[in-house]
Design a protein around this ligand. Sequence first.
Ligand code: SF4
Length: 193
Amino acid sequence: MSISRRAFLQSSLAGGAALTAFGFDVTPLYAQARTLKISRTSETRSTCPYCSVSCGIIIHTLGDKAKNAIPQVVHVEGDPDHPINRGTLCPKGASLEQEISNTRRLLTPQVRRPGSDHWEDIGWDQALDEISRRVKTTRDATFVEKDPQGRTVNRCEGIAWNGGCTDTNEFNYLVVKTMRSLGVCYLENQARV
Ligand code: SF4
């Protein structure tokens, strides 16, 4: 009997019975592989941070919770008991484990200077200094105390804030307090749980 590799894989993965071209039922194999992957993990129920659908997730973490053990997230999946998504996740949610473990994550601030064609790493202190200086300069240059009718408005029209989808409630709370104290009125963030 001759069978192509593609046909072999297709017949192995297709349908509920999961029979290979040779008649083996590989369903128990898949179930066991899955069991092994998460058999020693702790489960933590949480909420996907990416959008305001707020799907329920289960985070699987390796580590025995001893003080000298560094926990490691090894798998994130949809929570089958969650009323919103009932175990399903969109591609963004399904890639959540990568948000934690991907080695290409940026871990330092970066800046692209005017006229430059590349980003450069800078330290946190330098980033905060540079941001503070620009905020002060821009606010001083664009602050409006009174509108054309002479009414006091005290607003900064030269700065805007746009929040990202992974910003938490707590982060957004601080952003609103900070931006409002600067007089910034162009302010948006994503609704979070
Ligand atoms: S899994 Fe997708 S749809 Fe659900 S909250 Fe996350 S990003 Fe939104």
